[in-house]
Design a binder for this molecule. Structure first.
Ligand code: TYM
Length: 333
């Protein structure tokens, strides 16, 4: 039996190259070795107010994008989180095993509640519990994510261990898979800040940006007042970010990438990195994406089939959990 992977992405807008390099690229690389679930986490998305029609559209588009980016919908369980109610059921149970103190310490909660201080809702606070439920519901062994999800992963592990200590070996304790390079791609306009799909367009390279727009953004990337191309994220965040994007995109080491640019100027670095991103990421994804989004029937079939597969995998674990905590199971279903 292959081991299990679970990972997901919020359908809050179009993913950017950080989402690709930090997560999707590794999902692609790992998909043949694992039984994988790749989820469009729409339940998480509503912790920030969403326009309903946009959320529906973004969810379907993200499903298409997963496939366009290389995930095989027959080999992987690619589905929409709200299509399987096991997530919310387990999330409630796990919320009784998560402490207010630990949830309050989550950096993403602190960041998001200060950014959206008009809507600091309980869902935002419980967000990591739902994420733990996503992972534990399927007995996932490995969770490939970017660096910003590390703290959430540690909490999921803590909750699993805490639960198992009380009720026996019910949950698999998951491991994070955080890549050596590409785990934290920074904004091109402000390389001290992580690139984020919720940022304004100028600060991120969306996977659906036109190739010319991508090149323009790379040409405008903020660097520094020196001329030397060297990897040093502390003192040269802009140049280091460009080197990291290049190395991760081509699957080479940072050292090799740095050596390639020995003696070159910043202008050459920017256009070469931009071109690599266009050739390796933007063009291949976009060439498949537009056909997929036109084929609604196909996407609907995938949603249906895969939600059923997720349920098949999750229900037995959910049942064990319910039995463990003392619910009466089996007499009504
Ligand atoms: P989300 O939608 O913010 O991001 C999806 C994935 O992209 C990674 N990522 C980045 N990697 C490198 N550089 C960046 N600048 C960058 N920005 C984002 C994220 O680390 C993530 O892996 N809470 C999750 C979604 C989620 C999930 C889960 C993930 C819900 N349940 C269970 C794993 C397992 C999130 O908001 O990701």
């Amino acid at each position: 039996m292959k081991k299990i992977i679970f990972s997901g992405m919020q359908p809050t807008s179009v993913p950017q190259i950080g989402n690709y390099l930090g997560a999707i690229k590794n999902w692609n690389a790992l998909q043949s070795q694992y039984n994988s679930l790749y989820c469009v986490v729409d339940l998480h998305a509503i912790t920030i107010r969403q326009d309903p029609n946009e959320l529906r559209q973004n969810s379907l588009n993200l499903l298409a994008l997963y496939i366009a980016a290389g995930l095989d919908p027959d080999e992987n369980i690619i589905y929409i989180q709200s299509h399987y109610n096991g997530h919310t059921e387990l999330s409630w149970i796990l919320s009784c095993f998560a402490y207010m103190g630990e949830l309050g310490r989550m950096t993403q909660y602190k960041d998001k509640s200060s950014k959206h201080n008009e809507n600091v809702n309980a869902g935002l606070f419980n967000y990591p519990v739902l994420m733990a439920a996503d992972i534990l519901l399927f007995g996932a062994h490995l969770v490939p994510v970017g660096d910003d999800q590390k703290q959430h992963l540690e909490l999921a592990r803590d909750i699993a261990i805490r639960f198992n200590n009380v009720y026996g070996d019910i949950f698999t304790v998951p491991e994070a898979y955080i890549p050596k390079s590409g785990a934290r791609i920074m904004s091109l306009a402000n390389p001290e800040k992580k690139m984020s799909k919720s940022d304004e367009a100028a600060n991120q390279i969306s996977l659906l940006d036109a190739p010319e727009a991508v090149m323009k953004k790379f040409k405008r990337a903020v660097t520094d007042s020196e001329t030397e191309i060297r990897y040093d994220p502390e003192s040269k965040p802009g140049i280091s970010n460009l080197l990291e994007i290049y190395a991760t995109t081509l699957g080479i080491s940072i050292d090799k990438a740095t050596a390639e640019f020995a003696g070159s100027g910043y202008g050459h670095l920017k256009t070469t990195v931009g071109q690599a991103v266009v050739d390796e990421i933007i063009n291949p994804i976009q060439s498949k994406y537009s056909d997929l989004t036109k084929n609604k029937d196909y996407l609907h079939q995938i949603m249906q089939k895969n939600a059923a597969k997720a349920k098949e995998l999750g229900d037995p674990i959910l049942r064990k959990v319910k039995e463990a905590v003392g619910f009466i199971v089996g007499c009504v279903d």
